[in-house]
Design a binder for this molecule. Structure first.
Ligand SMILES: *Cc1c(COP(=O)(O)O)cnc(C)c1O
Length: 238
């Protein structure tokens, strides 16, 4: 284990927790209302396990192969999948994670439903919204998100738990607030339109550069990589 990455983590973790606490207070919530998910792509299992020992309770991986190779070595932790998921890899993920954040099409939702039925389990998912309408990003448009969520929720063995978004990379802090506000509005609308809205409890938005703003706009789950583990060495394909 590299001593440096571990001490970098300790310092960063403290700062991130302080920022979450302050942002939660500004939005009238308690720190415990906000779930910190460590985005662990490219991070060594030894460092991830150190983070878990220090108190990280949720981790999210992006790539199926990387997840499958690291998963057997994680200390006990809540495991989520946060990256783009190809339908042919759904069978490898279903049943292995507690929440799939990245349901970006009805086609994918159907395959998750099918694989979940085969395994006789219910999969928890979030509907990914392409809030900035970027062509390079996956997800439902803000206009289609509610309908998509309602349709996905009708499928057997799927539980829709809320929304996830990766807004555009912004030049200035606070610039993404308009997208976060839009997402929060959709989250409230979806809750209102669900027959049984008790499952809809997660709004996953905010990353290293913008999690404070996301929390202030209503996020209750933030996915943080760089601000915890430092700059990634290996570039990650999208
Ligand atoms: C990598 C990643 C994150 C974390 O990004 P950072 O900017 O490093 O905090 C969050 N969500 C998803 C889907 C990611 O792929």
């Amino acid at each position: 284990m590299e001593r440096s990455s571990v001490s970098i983590f300790d310092e960063n973790y403290r700062r991130v927790l302080e920022n979450i606490e302050a942002a939660a207070a500004r939005s009238g919530r308690r720190p415990s209302d906000i779930t910190l998910l460590a985005a662990t792509k490219t991070v060594d299992v030894s460092v991830i396990n150190h983070a878990i020992e220090k108190g990280v309770k949720y981790i999210g991986e992006n790539r199926v192969q990387e997840f499958l190779s690291k998963e057997p070595y994680y200390l006990p932790v809540h495991k989520h999948f946060i990256g783009h998921l190809q339908t042919n890899k759904v069978k490898d993920i279903v049943g292995r994670v507690e929440l799939i954040h990245s349901v970006d099409s009805l086609h994918l939702a159907k395959e998750i439903s099918r694989q979940s039925q085969k395994k006789n389990i219910t999969s928890n998912v979030l509907i990914e919204v392409n809030a900035g309408g970027e062509e390079s990003k996956f997800g439902f448009t803000p206009e289609n998100a509610i309908e998509g969520a309602l349709e996905a929720a009708e499928l057997p063995n799927i539980r829709v738990c809320g929304l996830m978004s990766i807004p555009p990379v912004c030049a200035a802090p606070g610039e993404n607030a308009k997208f976060f506000e839009l997402l929060y509005k959709l989250f409230i609308d979806i809750k209102a339109q669900y027959k049984d809205n008790s499952n809809i409890d997660t709004l996953s938005m905010g990353m290293s550069d913008d999690y404070v703003s996301a929390i202030e706009c209503g996020a209750n789950m933030v996915r943080i990589g760089t601000a915890l583990f430092g700059r990634r060495q290996t570039p990650v394909g999208k």
